[in-house]
Design a protein around this ligand. Structure first.
Ligand code: ADP
Ligand code: MG
Length: 642
């Protein structure tokens, strides 16, 4: 068995060996055990389900929330000659049908599914007939209401287990606090607890927090003092451009990136950065997923994230090659106010969410009970103006409804034109004989593309036009006529953002977002935001330790390289000694404020300069403070905002 998986790794990926824990996880899955794999981003989670699935007969179902990631992985597998396909909202129903059939009768090895597909009857009927070898749940934290990215449709995953009772489940995630870890296993109905967890410690990554009113200048200083590729994360799209322009003006090669750009410029920008033609990419959080650049030397955040999970994941894109790298958060007081405002907007009131949903149904003139899987061009601005909703609120309401599995908004959705031949070979031949005017056109299609009888295949109308020495419009006419005659199904390409109804339009009273759940989720989100603010404002705890403690690793070492540790190192007092002196001082001033002289006097056996250094440090880091008589006392944990 061992040999088999190593062979597969070498044959399809060309990697000589597994990374830590990969092999254990694969082994566990092959033994048929439900397994939870907690590996940091870039740790190589995909291989953990891809390899065992290839080692076994049958098909692996992969549930994953983001269409972009799904497409990415399917393309990558196909490049290796592995049969893989994806099914998600926004695909044409016929295309979904054919793909699901291929999962039963074809030789598909991997079927990627967005979670809301699992609920559908078409899927469940097919599932009974599929020979499933593994159910992989990527981004498994989405199943937990306490996770930072809860998606209600994930709850349905457990339901499908009854159709495939023998099949093990492999849950994968990069971020899970201990509550979430338990919740994932619970919600996925693990037969017994089984976790593989790699420490999230990143020894080569120095966490740094800088508080500065002039964030751009601070960023510039950082980028001038560190060499090598960099990512600068900001919250909104407009800022990505501003930051890139600012950097260019200061002679640093930079570009910007966000999900609103068209697919071609997105991939151009991405490639230029990956190939080191641009040094810095200023981006929203849309950038980075599925991108795997080992030599990123610094990741700078110019805005606070909504959770430490998100921060850790984004910052963790630095230093994958294990060389010294930096994760820098630059903030000022205004950011704390901004993040609070942002928070408010991102949780619109329930009745507003419902009213946006209603308006969407009306906008596209859908009757209640219809619209499932229909996909429409969507322009946020026009829609918001039509219904007099503020655009930002509409956007956040849509994001909320999306997580709930009602609709989906695919930003700058790019879906190439596709065709499928509905006839079998004989019927098509007969059609060609009876309709000679189509004969040569069909021949060109058959010569240019393979698999047309089994699958929807990407086509390029311009190419076809060239080959048939005609023009683009003529090709479209031909395709539409064949489609009308039922010979082929033609899906023209889509370029605009697409709004998709993942479920039929619901009557407003059937939209189940329980107020209690909503309230609890909002509160949990607020707590997460507070932990980020706390991270930014803390200046006396090793940042690595703080992050690791948040992820449940309580006994980690001081990293020695974050800004807090650096300051401490400069004191030239070793850890043990520092702690000893700190403790003594704390005991002394606990009940009674004391001046430096008094403290020094009472701690006679400790050198005065060391005592003074520790006092300075404690004061600088707001652990202690002085009263009007210059006596020190212990400062209460500084207040959190809100
Ligand atoms: P994750 O999902 O954990 O973030 P991925 O599965 O996307 O990580 O893998 C990140 C990168 O690491 C990919 O480029 C992958 O090919 C590479 N990788 C994974 N396992 C190995 C291995 N054993 N040896 C070398 N590279 C690997
Ligand atoms: Mg992954």
């Amino acid at each position: 068995m061992d040999l088999d998986v190593k062979k597969i790794l070498l044959r399809y990926w060309g990697f000589p060996s597994f990374r830590p824990l990969q092999e254990d996880i694969i082994q566990s899955v092959l033994e048929g055990k439900d397994t939870l794999a907690l590996l940091p981003t870039g740790g190589g989670k995909s291989l953990c389900f891809q390899v065992p699935a290839l080692a076994t007969d049958g098909i692996c179902l992969v549930v994953t929330p983001l269409i972009a990631l799904m497409k990415d992985q399917v393309e990558n597998l196909k490049k290796k000659g592995i049969h893989a396909a994806a099914v998600f909202s926004g695909m044409h129903p016929n295309e979904i049908d054919i793909t699901l059939d291929n999962a039963i009768y074809g030789n598909l090895k991997f079927l990627y599914l967005s979670p809301e597909r699992l609920e559908t009857i078409t899927f469940r009927e097919r599932l009974r007939k599929m020979k499933v070898n593994l159910l992989a749940v990527d981004e498994a934290h989405c199943i937990s209401q306490w996770g930072y990215d809860f998606r209600p449709p994930y709850i349905n995953i457990a339901e499908i287990r009854q159709y495939i009772p023998e099949v093990p489940v492999l849950a994968l995630t990069a971020t899970a606090t201990s509550g979430v870890v338990t919740d994932i296993q619970d919600k996925l109905k693990f037969r017994s607890e089984n976790i593989f967890q790699k420490s999230f410690e990143r020894k080569n990554l120095a966490y740094v927090v800088i508080k500065d009113e002039n964030k751009l200048i601070s960023m510039l200083k950082v980028l001038k003092s560190v060499t090598g590729p960099a990512i600068v994360y900001v919250r909104n799209r407009k800022k990505t451009r501003e930051v890139a322009e600012f950097l260019q003006k200061n002679n640093i090669s930079a570009d910007y990136y966000h999900a609103g750009l068209d697919p071609i410029s997105r991939s151009e920008k991405q490639d230029a950065w990956i190939n080191d033609k641009k040094r810095v990419i200023a981006s929203t959080n849309a950038f980075g997923m599925g991108i795997d650049k080992p030599n990123v030397r610094v990741v700078i955040h110019l805005d606070l994230t909504n959770s430490l999970e998100a921060y850790f994941q984004e910052a963790g894109r630095a230093g994958r090659d294990e060389k010294k790298s930096y994760a820098v958060l630059i903030f000022d007081d205004a950011d704390i106010t901004n993040s609070r405002d942002n928070f408010k907007i991102s949780y619109p009131e329930l009745n507003i969410i419902k009213s946006v949903y209603q308006s969407l149904g009306n906008y596209y003139q859908l009757a209640t009970g219809s619209g499932k899987d229909l996909s429409f061009d969507f322009d946020l601005k026009t829609f918001a103006e039509t219904y007099k909703h503020p655009p930002l609120i509409v956007y956040n309401a849509i994001k909320f409804l999306e997580k709930e599995g009602y609709i989906m908004l695919n930003d700058a959705f790019h879906s190439p034109s596709k065709i499928h031949i509905n006839y079998n070979h004989n019927d098509l031949y007969r059609f060609q004989v009876e309709n000679p005017s189509f004969d040569s056109f069909i021949k060109i299609l058959l010569r240019s593309y393979t698999g047309l009888f089994n699958d929807y295949v990407k086509i390029n109308e311009n190419e076809i036009a060239k080959r048939s020495s005609t023009d683009y419009n003529n090709v479209i006419t031909y395709l539409n006529r064949l489609d009308n005659l039922g010979v082929i199904s033609y899906l023209p390409r889509k370029e605009k953002p697409q709004l998709v109804f993942a479920k039929e339009r619901q009557d407003p009273k059937n939209i189940h977002i329980s107020p209690q759940n909503y309230k609890e989720r909002k509160e949990a989100a607020l707590i997460r935001l507070r932990t980020v603010i706390n991270y930014a404002r803390t200046s006396d705890q090793c940042r690595s330790r703080l992050l690791l403690a948040y992820f449940g690793e309580k006994d980690s070492e001081r990293c020695g390289i974050c800004d807090v540790c650096q300051k401490r190192n400069k004191l030239e007092i070793n850890d043990l000694e520092f702690k000893k002196i700190e403790k003594k001082i704390t005991i002394l001033i606990k009940d009674q404020p004391q001046s430096i002289q008094e403290i020094v006097f009472q701690l006679k056996n400790i050198p005065e300069d060391k005592i003074i250094k520790v006092i300075r440090w404690l004061e600088d880091n707001r652990r202690i403070t002085r009263n009007e008589k210059n006596q020190f006392f212990i400062k209460k944990q500084f207040r959190l905002f809100f």
